[in-house]
Design a protein around this ligand. Structure first.
Ligand code: VG1
Ligand code: CO
Length: 543
């Protein structure tokens, strides 16, 4: 086996963010860029000698090239075996499952998730550890440290592997096993859910539409929803993964999946609709005439999980990211379950899941998951909803009405100000931080601040501390605003403003969320000076 050791120099800025390293595709394609980062991962985990990895990605532009480079670098560093999805494809939850199923030492997922793909768009690399979950901050810091002292990388000089062929290939001293990306994931779903009940629901005339947004879930959704559960052919739309996702943002929210939303709001709407993102870990849930916010979806799944075979024994606890609405907390309180609020990003749920403190986790950004893997899981959430609807036999709208009547309604929205000047964004957050102690008791646009904090989290399992995780402002009357800067963008800064207002009176449960939240938005704007500092009169994206 011919191994080359290429001298290289550290590259600035290889800093993993909320979910892996994300950069413009062109940046990743620069000479040595990908190789440097991958070698930094190998170095940070103490080398690859004798180890087993899982590899796959969401099919975006450069996925195929990057997969070949990573396999050659794994072989050069002495890996024993790499399990790869056919054509280099694996959804993020399927990769997490394969790591756990095979007892692999970790995995690499090639994805920038909901960011657009293509030569002029975004690419990303995530490293997951042996539990199947995203690398914790201690490891992502170590990877960055390695990237700053790197002087060479090793690569096996060989021709491309035929990743379209299922089976084993020997590659230097390493075995590459190409697997069907869907089969093991489908088997896991069939264990967790009552496929017969869901198939019965569909056979009885229940109509659904799933929008794969030309991203990785297309083959998974077709196989499970159409082939296994009997949804008519064509129920899965935009099912063929494309390197540029058909030119769209594979982000399942009312802005980027507006056709699907229009479809459920119009005449002839199906009973249920859903969409997933680039790498298949997010979900958007819709019913005829209704959009379910991700925060509400988490709460509904928590309240009804016991109706599905995988969670028939009930839940151990629930965790949500701090900006996610407190709808799930209300379910936890009613059911006497522990409830945790973590910083944004799935990596913070891993320890809670591993230690058995929680069963369900969720984020307001359309991520929900359980202890079946260590990632959020888009299709899992869809199947969980279908299983619950198959048992309860009510419409999505009626289920939501019943849920709010029982637990109250946490009206919720998120405003994103994208591509703003990084210095202006940092200045806004810093000034707010300095003013935090003086805010309680002050009025802003008619709302009085009750509490204000810079969110910090101490992991209850390993004691690690994450600081500066977002500014949380509580107002009198149950309203809340959270401000934080995105850690997944590739241009300028994105300011996220999360708004929440609890209403419990029966006559207040069916109002227009934008109207209910307008006063909170005004108060947050005045308090943080968003318009003044960013020069923006309105958010770019409202979800
Ligand atoms: C966003 C979401 C966060 C999610 C992350 C990765 O991060 O807000 O909840 O975990 O994306 O999701 P940020 O830092 O931009 O707010 V995925 O599906 O893009 O891997
Ligand atoms: Co994703």
């Amino acid at each position: 086996m011919q191994i080359s050791r290429h001298p290289t120099r550290p590259i600035e800025g290889q800093v993993p963010g909320t979910s892996g390293l994300r950069k413009k595709t062109r940046v990743f394609m620069q000479s040595h860029y990908l190789e440097n980062f991958i070698q930094s991962i190998w170095n940070a985990i103490g080398g690859l000698e004798g180890k087993m990895l899982v590899l796959g990605g969401d099919g975006r532009y450069f996925n195929d090239r990057a997969a070949q480079v990573i396999l050659r670098m794994a072989a050069a560093s002495g890996a024993r075996r790499v399990i790869v999805g056919r054509d280099g494809l694996l959804s993020t939850p399927a990769a997490s499952h394969l790591i756990r199923l095979h007892g692999a030492d970790g995995g690499i997922i090639l994805s920038a998730s909901h960011n657009p793909g293509g030569p002029e768009a975004d690419f990303g690399v995530k490293f997951n550890t042996a539990n199947g979950g995203p690398a914790p901050e201690s490891l992502t810091r170590a990877i960055h440290d390695e990237s700053l002292r790197l002087s060479e990388y090793a690569i096996f000089e060989a021709a491309d592997l035929p990743l379209g062929q299922i089976g084993e290939h020997s590659f230097g001293g390493m075995t590459v096993e190409v697997v069907d990306p869907v089969a093991d994931y489908r088997a896991l779903m069939a264990r967790l859910f009552d496929f017969e009940a869901i198939a019965g629901l569909i056979a009885g005339g229940f109509r659904l539409r799933f929008d794969a947004m030309h991203a990785v879930t297309g083959p998974y959704a077709r196989d499970i929803l159409e082939t296994a559960l009997g949804a008519p052919a064509g129920s899965v739309v935009n099912a063929v993964p494309l390197p540029d996702f058909g030119g769209g943002h594979p982000d399942p929210n009312p802005v980027w999946a507006r056709d699907l939303v229009a479809h459920v709001m119009g005449p002839g709407a199906p009973d249920f609709a859903a969409a997933s993102d680039g790498d298949g870990d997010r979900n958007m849930i819709l019913g005829r005439g209704i959009y379910v916010t991700p925060s509400d979806s988490l709460a509904v799944l928590a309240a009804n999980a016991h109706l599905t075979p995988g969670h028939a024994q009930g839940l151990r606890g629930i965790a949500r990211s701090m900006p996610t609405s407190r709808a799930a907390d209300r379910v936890a309180a009613a059911r006497g379950l522990p409830c945790f609020a973590t910083p944004t990003g799935w990596k913070f749920f891993g320890n809670l899941l591993d230690a058995g403190h929680v069963t369900l986790c969720g984020e307001e950004s359309a991520g929900t998951g359980s202890d079946h893997v260590r990632e959020k899981d888009g299709l899992w959430a869809v199947l969980m909803w279908l299983n619950i609807l198959a048992v309860r036999r009510m419409s999505v709208a009626d289920l939501m009405a019943a849920h709010w009547a029982e637990f109250g309604r946490n009206y919720y929205t998120r405003h994103d100000y994208e591509g703003i000047d990084s210095a202006a964004a940092a200045g806004l957050m810093e000034d707010l931080r300095v003013r935090l102690p003086s805010l309680p008791g002050q009025d802003f646009a008619g709302l009085r601040v009750a509490a204000a904090e810079d969110f910090a989290y101490t992991d209850p399992v390993d004691g690690s501390v994450a600081t500066g995780q977002g500014i949380q402002i509580g107002f009198d009357g149950g309203a809340r605003a959270v401000l934080r800067l995105s850690g997944t963008g590739t241009e300028g800064a994105t300011l996220r403003l999360y708004l929440e207002q609890l209403r419990e009176a029966p006559e207040d449960l069916h109002a227009d969320p934008a109207e209910v939240l307008a006063p909170v938005a005004r108060a947050a704007d005045v308090l943080a000076g968003i318009k003044a500092r960013t020069g923006r009169t309105a958010p770019d994206v409202v979800t």
